[in-house]
Design a binder for this molecule. Structure first.
Ligand SMILES: *Cc1c(COP(=O)(O)O)cnc(C)c1O
Length: 392
């Protein structure tokens, strides 16, 4: 890989990021007076745990924004995903289909449910999950069973499919949903990165049975740490709310619980911060589209690399901008990354695929050539909304 390409990439990022301070983080939260006041008011009110009005208000705003019938706010995206799997009936020893190219929280959630992740391939130019790879994998290893399809190689039930909207770019949901439906596999959408991203006008997370959002500090809206479940199925969310609050039956004083459950409810302090953050979402989405357009423009001129575009028919929140090298080459990628870091741009590669991690190395998986390729080609670039409008 040429010295020329490295220099061109550093120069291009510099043109987009302009005068913003160095080092320039990958994604920083934007917070101000409104967030400070919201949290201070919450402290003054004494309602800091989930009993306060902030949690319900935050949940209603999320439902409005996503078109969900209801939403439940939880302590993290990982907790939300764990709860979603439990709600859909994932049991100990089941398998959960998912991409290997994802944040570790996706796989951990399956492990928390005592299930086993089963990795399926992704396409480099449309990370998320490849419908053809899913169809091929199921045709190869699955057979209908009494209670959903069974992996004939492991004897385990295939209990759910988790689709991830990687970097905010919507996955190819229509064919994925068709395949899942044909096999009778319930679909969870990991929309942790895709708040504001839509497919033909429908918010990501609202196409499968249930969708998960994350409000971790690096996401487009943060509650410090937090997550949520959204769905058109109000009874599923009601059940999630019950299980997230120790399955305590509503009563003025009695402590009675009717299931083994979780302490996963988002505290009001975090919800208050989230409410203030949601007021910024439209501006953040506009800024991020502006930033993405600028990256697209500067990288259009560079040979050897291209900007990862939102898939046609979708609107991405461009949570993390990404470029793809023409060829997978982790040595060249790392040279580019070290040049970017030396210049103060905290770029990073895609996650190390899950099947390379020690705890998931032996998990079942199909062939993963697209995942390996994506890992060798992808670089994420600084994407904070405030970077838009920093002319060079
Ligand atoms: C952030 C993230 C999660 C987990 O969310 P947390 O709130 O950090 O637990 C899960 N999946 C993906 C793809 C993510 O980016």
């Amino acid at each position: 890989m040429s010295e020329g390409l490295e220099a061109a990439i550093v120069e291009a990022v510099g043109r987009v990021v302009g005068a913003a301070r160095r080092p320039t983080a990958l994604h920083e939260p934007s917070m101000g007076e409104a967030e400070r006041n919201a949290v201070a008011d919450c402290v003054s009110s004494g309602w800091v745990s989930y009993g306060g009005p902030q949690v319900g208000a935050f949940e209603r705003r999320l439902a409005e924004l996503t078109g969900a019938t209801d939403a439940v706010a939880l302590v993290s995206g990982t907790a939300a995903l764990h709860l979603a799997l439990a709600l859909l009936g994932v049991r100990a020893g089941d398998e959960v289909l998912m991409p290997s190219l994802t944040f570790v929280g996706t796989a951990n959630a399956a492990a928390h449910a005592a299930a086993v992740p089963h990795f399926v391939d992704s396409a480099p130019d449309r990370p998320g999950l490849c419908p053809d790879a899913l169809a091929r994998r199921l045709a190869e290893i699955a057979a209908p069973g009494p209670d959903g399809p069974v992996n004939t190689e492991t004897g385990r039930r295939i209990a759910a499919l988790v689709v991830v909207h990687v970097f905010g770019h919507p996955a190819d949901m229509a064919p994925l949903l068709r395949i899942a439906e044909a096999w009778g596999i319930p679909v969870v959408e990991d929309a942790a990165e895709s708040l504001g991203s839509r497919i033909g006008g429908i918010h990501t997370g609202m196409l499968g049975c249930i969708g998960m959002l994350s409000f971790n500090g690096n996401k487009i809206v943060t509650t410090g740490g937090g997550g949520a479940l959204i769905s058109a199925d109000a009874s599923l969310i009601a059940r999630a709310r019950h299980l997230s609050t120790t399955a305590k039956r509503p009563h003025a004083w009695a402590y009675e619980h009717d299931a083994v459950a979780y302490n996963y409810r988002l505290p009001a302090l975090n919800a208050a911060l989230g409410l203030a953050q949601l007021d910024r979402l439209d501006d953040a989405l506009a800024a991020k589209r502006h930033l993405a357009a600028h990256y697209r423009e500067v990288f259009a001129e560079i040979e050897g690399v291209r900007f990862l575009e939102e898939p046609s028919g979708t609107t991405s929140n461009y949570w993390l901008n990404a470029i793809l090298l023409d060829r997978p080459d982790t040595t060249a990628r790392d040279q580019i990354l070290s040049r970017l870091h030396a210049a103060g741009f905290l770029a990073r590669p895609a996650w190390l695929p899950m099947h390379h991690l020690p705890m998931y190395r032996d998990a079942p998986r199909g062939p993963l050539p697209g995942t390996e390729e994506a890992h060798g080609r992808l670089i994420n670039l600084p994407s904070s909304p405030f970077l838009a409008g920093n002319p060079a």
